[in-house]
Every structure is written in structure tokens, then in C-alpha cells.
Ligand binder design. Structure first.
Ligand code: FE2
Ligand code: FE2
Length: 312
């Protein structure tokens, strides 16, 4: 990536997907949603973008009903793309997931059948960026909770900083929602999490669950919620009840810089390209001095036309 402004290229990029809600035996949802086709389109968009993410983080609700077959089908859809891009896959538990099937089918791990599956809490090192996955799910329920043991574990992990800082990845976002019914399903007792993460090297919180892209702050830390890849929730409706729609699916690109992290929402759909520049055009701009570049591309009295710059 060439540098045409004040910032160099990001140190690394992470792709943030959420809520694919795969089914065990078919792809349909509500008669109009094709969960697999929607995710494949989003992954295809990511792969064609050349963004080269170091990891793809899926913030939960990977399966709709927690069936083992849903995880197998999800894995078959995602792993070939991740392998081609040479990117890590990071899976987060959501309230629609079931821990035992999640572990067995996605992570090739198994637990003794008589054991209640433990929360899926993990630490990943992505070229110096620490991604901490924490499981906010409550078996048998859709709201979120974190146990004392999980919070103690998180405090222990965060006791020493990582070279590029930490991203916390969780399903239930610790920010308010204006979709009133979803507020019932929020992460409970968020003050306890705030006490653990405040003042640490956590630079961002990635979450899902809400099915619409939204951002906020929690304990001084930016929170970014990626919309679902299956169906989305329209927050701008007259009703404050839930309105799920077939459209508006997106994923996020998380660009990690030395002094900040930028979250960019990427809409997924069959859009008509209406304008743009060629790589050669940018290449020519990059060869100019900063002054000439401003005159060529910023000045409203620019002496250059697009054809001039392409011909330079
Ligand atoms: Fe969901
Ligand atoms: Fe959820």
C-alpha cells in the first residue's frame, strides 16, 4: 500500500464477521435468507479485496440451533477461503451456539461426556496483537454473563501487556441497544467487566449479537459490533420492537495502527460500480511531490485532468 497521506499502512488488518447462524441440514431462514450463500458472498468479497487479513474473527452465533452439522458446514465454507488467504480463524461462542458441538466440530476438541462444557475462553497471538476470546454465553439461555472465574482469568491475562495491545472478542456487546427486546438479552453486570478491562492494554472490543453495525465506548475502550452475515436488524424503524430484514449484511475490516484502531464496515451485496480510479492513476499520483499531488488532486483549479495524470 502506498502512502499518500500522513499515515503509513496499518501494521496489520483483522476481518470481523458475525452471526452467520448456519443450520445443520439446509441454508434457509425465514423462507428468503440463504445463510450459506450470504456468508460465501461476504468471504468472496473479502478475498477479492486483497486486504490480506491476519485473522478472521467470527463473534458468535455461528450456528442457529447448535447442531454439529451446522459447524461442519460452516467449517467447509470458511476454511478453504482462510487457507487460500493464509489467515487464522478465530471462533467465538454465541448464545445460539452449543459448547460441546462448537468445540468438537470447529476446534477438533472433545470433553468427557459427563463434563459440563467449560466456557470457550482463549488467547491468540496475531503477530504481536493479542486477541482474547471470552465466552459470554449462558447454557440454556440467550442473555450473556461472565462468571467470577472468567473475570479472574481475564484479569490474569491482561496483567501483562502485549506488544501491539489487545482486542477483546465477545458475542454480547457491552453497549446499549435501542432495540428494546434485545436489551433483555444483553450482557448482565457489565460493571464487573469494566472493572477488569479499564486501564489495561485492551484497545478495542469486537462483538456481534445485535445483527446491525454499531459502535460505542465501554470503560474508555471503543466497541465495534459487526452486523450479521445472515439477516440484519433495522434499528431505524418506528417500532422499538425487533425488525429483522433481508439486506444490509456487512462485515468489518479492523485496521491496526501504532496509535489507533480503525473499524470499517463493508456492505455485502451485488452493487453497480459507478466511479473509481485505476491502479495506474494512483501510481502516477504517488510519483508526484506532496505539493504537486495536492495541486493535481485537491485543488479545485487543478491543471490536470484524469487523462493527464494517467498519461504522466
Ligand atoms: Fe445472532
Ligand atoms: Fe446472539
Amino acid at each position: 500500500m502506498m502512502q499518500l497521506g500522513q499515515y503509513p499502512a496499518p501494521t496489520l488488518v483483522i476481518a470481523h464477521f458475525s452471526d452467520p447462524h448456519f443450520r445443520g441440514d439446509d441454508d434457509g431462514m425465514f423462507g428468503v435468507i440463504d445463510t450459506r450463500a450470504n456468508l460465501v458472498a461476504a468471504l468472496d468479497h473479502l478475498e477479492r479485496s486483497g486486504s490480506a487479513p491476519k485473522a478472521i474473527v467470527f463473534t458468535g452465533d455461528l450456528a442457529d440451533l447448535g447442531e454439529p452439522g451446522a459447524y461442519r458446514r460452516l467449517r467447509a465454507s470458511v476454511e478453504p477461503v482462510a487457507n487460500r488467504m493464509g489467515t487464522r480463524l478465530i471462533w467465538v461462542m454465541g448464545n445460539h451456539d452449543e459448547r460441546a458441538a462448537f468445540r468438537r466440530e470447529l476446534l477438533d476438541e472433545s470433553e468427557p461426556v459427563e463434563t459440563e462444557p467449560a466456557p470457550h475462553d482463549r488467547v491468540y497471538d496475531i503477530d504481536g496483537l493479542r486477541i482474547v476470546v471470552i465466552d459470554t454465553t449462558v447454557p440454556g439461555y440467550h442473555h450473556g454473563e461472565l462468571s467470577d472465574a472468567q473475570l479472574d482469568w481475564l484479569a490474569g491475562v491482561l496483567a501483562s501487556p502485549a506488544p501491539l495491545g489487545t482486542l477483546l472478542a465477545m458475542h454480547h456487546p457491552p453497549i446499549p441497544t435501542t432495540v428494546e427486546v434485545m436489551a433483555i438479552l444483553e450482557l448482565q453486570r457489565q460493571d464487573r467487566l469494566a472493572a477488569v478491562v479499564a486501564g489495561t492494554d485492551v484497545r478495542g472490543i469486537l462483538a456481534g449479537h445485535l445483527h446491525y453495525s454499531t459502535h460505542g465506548m465501554f470503560a474508555g475502550i471503543p466497541v465495534s459490533v459487526a452486523a450479521a452475515s445472515c439477516y440484519t436488524i433495522d434499528v431505524a424503524t418506528p417500532s422499538t420492537a425487533l425488525s429483522g430484514v433481508s439486506g444490509g449484511q456487512s462485515f468489518s475490516l479492523v485496521s491496526v495502527y501504532d496509535d489507533q484502531i480503525v473499524h470499517s464496515t463493508v456492505p455485502v451485496g451485488d452493487f453497480t460500480a459507478v466511479t473509481g480510479f485505476t491502479d495506474a492513476f494512483l501510481e502516477n499520483l504517488s510519483r508526484m511531490s506532496p505539493h504537486d499531488r495536492l495541486e493535481a488532486f485537491s485543488s479545485k483549479r487543478s491543471p490536470y485532468t484524469v487523462a493527464d495524470i494517467e498519461a504522466l
